[in-house]
Ligand binder design. Sequence first.
Ligand SMILES: Cc1cc2nc3c(=O)[nH]c(=O)nc-3n(C[C@H](O)[C@H](O)[C@H](O)COP(=O)(O)OP(=O)(O)OC[C@H]3O[C@@H](n4cnc5c(N)ncnc54)[C@H](O)[C@@H]3O)c2cc1C
Length: 244
Amino acid sequence: MKRNWEGVVLKVMGAKDFTLEVTGSEEITPDFLRVHVRDGGLLGRSGLHPTMWIRLWFNDSGKAHQRAYTLVNASPADGTFSMDFAMHNGVAADWARSVQPGDTIDATVQGSSFTFPQPAPRRIWVVGDPASIPAVNSLLDERCRVAAGGTPVTAWLEYQHDADSSLEVRTSDSDVVTWLPRKRDGAALVEEVCAALTADTVSVSDDFFWIACEASSTRAIVKHLRKEIGVDKHRIDALGYWRV
Ligand SMILES: Cc1cc2nc3c(=O)[nH]c(=O)nc-3n(C[C@H](O)[C@H](O)[C@H](O)COP(=O)(O)OP(=O)(O)OC[C@H]3O[C@@H](n4cnc5c(N)ncnc54)[C@H](O)[C@@H]3O)c2cc1C
């Protein structure tokens, strides 16, 4: 399976390649599947950080397509982790639907990094959806680990399937989570989030913003934070997780 120029660029950037072996899979909901793998030495060589993601290489008619997935329940001691797949029609989602124990998949580690902000923020504002729930949970776990009592979180999570809102989100009592149905190509989410994030509700100097939803929604929310409220880019961690 040929990786074209993307593979070459990643190699030049010092990317590390691994082969993962599937040990099983489970249905969390009909639209959200978890795949368990042996790590092929990945955790030992690359370490582990909150919200860590890797690039998986999927075969589509002989051509390699890379897609990003977040590590779940990683165990460096056992050399295992899992990945959660939000379902739609695509090469990655199709692979997760049909995967069998013993199947292998190539993975590359390059580009993932995250350090919890210090000093701990006054509040963390999160925008995500099922694709970023594994990373959201990793972020929530880390804020409990880093700061006793934990920084409070306000999160908006966009959903497309009824069962999505049953997905585990590891909140604490001080957090506020709102699930919103995806409407008008994401405009409903953007409007609700931007209406709530104002100079009156946000502390520009003390809050942190973690945004990972559909790419154009992510861009619109970041633009609002930067242009309308004047949030410094260092207080924003934003990445479009998928695109329409
Ligand atoms: C850093 C990072 C970490 C990520 N971690 C995860 C993760 O842990 N779990 C996870 O499920 N996803 C995760 N994603 C998102 C995932 O990489 C994308 O959803 C990817 O496009 C899926 O590839 P595919 O081949 O299945 O679909 P594609 O071939 O990319 O797309 C096929 C069709 O499906 C639509 N589509 C793609 N993704 C979604 C989606 N999430 N929701 C609705 N429609 C979609 C597209 O618009 C397109 O119409 C992550 C993305 C990034 C950038």
